[in-house]
Design a protein around this ligand. Structure first.
Ligand SMILES: Cc1cc2nc3c(=O)[nH]c(=O)nc-3n(C[C@H](O)[C@H](O)[C@H](O)COP(=O)(O)OP(=O)(O)OC[C@H]3O[C@@H](n4cnc5c(N)ncnc54)[C@H](O)[C@@H]3O)c2cc1C
Length: 422
């Protein structure tokens, strides 16, 4: 293949930045252009729902440090609108066309908005994905609302709700599932974590849904739930998960949908017939790929460490690393919920059993190990991170579940639970 001359990175987020750095580190010396829909240089998102909302740092202090030289052409504040693979160019929303012979797709995800646009536009209704969202929400929290309503009990919802308690703000979290985090951790572990949040004063309403948001004079005043209850609140944080930014790929002949853009094991994107395009790779939240640790199941991960590792891999790949080098880093994640730190290694999806292998949920510090068909597939630590590396090893090697052998401080008879995914 000819020596590449024009590398284009679409998406100026964590994966785009780390992918661009990897291209350069792997010896790519041609022109390098990074296109970002937002006007900001790449910034870090995890602090937005933690330090920024807490007021510990301003939103603009999240800019990511980087090792790129001044020769990078930053095109910020303009989105990619479409991809023409035949012509080898990306069209921008402002009408310009940028050529490429190497393309990294790193457009991430956006927050799912409230389904009723009129209600979603009420003053006091927020989503949290970007740095401007975090700055606006911080300002609203600082103003001392009567009550904050968090809609959705996933990781972001739990982080925001627990943060409100740290700020001594009344908060109600509404989650349609049986417990917070039930979709990702199952209801057994979700119930343990929910009890910790409830103990810190979060008003948890599980098993019901916010049906509609009522405004007065354009401001949110209350929410109405499907169980007939009403919640008086002047702030609502819509935390209903994320949507992958793949619309700009419509018509490009790639295998892409709202669940992500498909890649092969090496990281090249797949066309509609399933053939890899050797000029294009994808990385981060937007990429869906077969994970070798999970029998090649196609996954799309929304994890910070994954965005870094997959982007570094994709950058090397586009710079000419052997195309058969498969990407398969062990997925890891963390979430700070008030003073509670939840960390995970591996993927819980498909687990048929879970065991508490260290600590005790009653004390709020424990490790849960997830198994599937007699193998360890994931571990989750709650305020017990020092035990996680040993458990991550069990997951990475697909060790037998329940685990064999006895650590000195492991409970003797490990009880096995139904994880509660349904
Ligand atoms: C509030 C919050 C807290 C988080 N906390 C944690 C945590 O504690 N632990 C953890 O592991 N993960 C956490 N995450 C997830 C983590 O931040 C993401 O996995 C990571 O940011 C993914 O990086 P990315 O570059 O793939 O996507 P993104 O960060 O979404 O970056 C993609 C960029 O592409 C841009 N873009 C989109 N469409 C276009 C287009 N058409 N043209 C040009 N540019 C485009 C977007 O504006 C964006 O800047 C958190 C996420 C959020 C939002």
């Amino acid at each position: 293949m000819a020596r590449p001359e024009h590398a284009l990175v679409i998406g100026a987020g964590l994966a785009g930045l780390r992918g661009a750095e990897a291209l350069r580190e792997a010896g790519f010396s041609g022109s390098l252009t990074i296109v970002g829909a937002e006007p900001h240089l790449p910034y870090d998102r995890p602090p937005l729902s933690k330090h920024v909302l807490a007021g510990a740092i301003p939103a603009h202090a999240t800019t990511l440090p980087h090792g790129l030289d001044a020769d990078v052409d930053w095109q910020l504040g303009t989105a990619a609108a479409s991809l023409d693979r035949q012509a080898g160019r990306v069209l921008l929303a402002d009408g310009r066309a940028l050529p490429y012979d190497r393309l990294l797709i790193a457009t991430g995800t956006r927050a799912r908005s409230w389904p009723n646009p009129h209600e979603g536009r009420l003053s006091g209704v927020f989503t949290l994905r970007g740095r401007d969202d975090a700055a606006a929400l911080r300002q609203a929290l600082e103003a001392g609302p009567r009550r904050v309503l968090v809609i959705g009990g996933g990781f972001i919802g739990c982080e925001v709700a627990s943060l409100c308690r740290t700020l001594d703000l009344p908060v109600t979290l509404v989650e349609p599932g049986p417990t917070p985090l039930a979709r990702v951790l199952g209801r057994t572990i979700g119930a343990f974590i929910g009890a910790i949040h409830a103990g810190h004063g979060v008003d948890l309403r599980c098993g019901t849904e916010v049906e509609w948001l009522e405004g007065e004079g354009g401001r949110l005043v209350r929410a109405h739930c499907t169980d007939g209850s009403r919640i008086e609140a002047d702030i609502a944080v819509v935390a209903l998960g994320a949507v992958r930014n793949t619309e700009w790929l419509d018509g490009a002949g790639l295998s892409a949908d709202p669940g992500g853009v498909d890649c092969d094991g090496a990281g090249h994107v797949l066309d509609a017939e399933g053939h890899p395009d050797p000029q294009i790779a994808a990385a981060g939240d937007v990429a869906r790929f077969p994970h070798p640790l999970y029998d090649g199941r196609r996954v799309a991960l929304e994890h910070w460490s994954h965005a870094v590792a997959q982007a570094a891999h994709a950058g090397r790949l586009l710079a000419g690393a052997p195309p058969d080098a498969a990407y398969g880093a062990l997925p890891t994640f963390w979430s700070t919920q008030g003073d509670l730190v939840v960390k995970s290694a591996g993927l819980t999806e498909g687990a048929d059993a879970v065991a508490i292998t260290q600590g005790d949920p009653a004390t709020g510090r424990f490790i849960a190990l997830y198994g599937r068909a007699g193998r360890c597939i994931a571990a989750v630590s709650v305020d017990s991170a020092r035990w996680l590396p040993a458990h991550a090893e069990l997951v990475a090697t697909g060790a037998p579940f329940p685990p064999e052998g006895a650590a000195t401080d492991r409970p003797k008879n490990v009880e096995i639970f139904e994880p509660g995914f349904s």
